[in-house]
Design a protein around this ligand. Sequence first.
Ligand code: S3P
Length: 172
Amino acid sequence: NRLMNPATNLVLVGPMGAGKTCVGRWLAERFGLRMVDADKEIERVAGASINTIFECEGESGFRTRERTTIATLLGDDGLVLSTGGGAVLDADNRRLLRERGFVVHLHVGVEQQLERLARDRSRPLLARGDREDVLRTLAAQRAPLYAEVADLVFDTNDYSSTEAAARLAQEL
Ligand code: S3P
């Protein structure tokens, strides 16, 4: 627990398919923290799926909901917070994530993302064009933002989510 101290929350950032939700669940059990998934909370509050929110309110509507949800969730302590891949786009989010948590950037390369997300239909951004192009563009745009917030970078390319969580736990 050395590195996490004195931060009160463990925050997971990183692109789609990095394993944030699964790694987060595992770490929450391991450290006796409460797992919260920002995207799940957005869907719960809206009473609609992320796909529906994007369709009806556009990406900007989704980002507004995301900012509010993250701010609300981080009012608490003792969380593992898994964020959506684009949470770092917003400067207020970036500042808050850093202030309120120890931030781990779960890294994954585009090849791995394509494999892990092959059957996924729940990410509206992937429907915007050729998946590989979309993922490469997002990775390039967001790399500096993940770097800005990360206290620790962990590469999940070669690991299952449980393996990644076990190894990550040893670094915290
Ligand atoms: C997004 C990632 C998704 C979700 C939404 C937008 C993004 O979360 O928030 O589809 O902008 O990268 P995951 O990273 O959990 O897939």
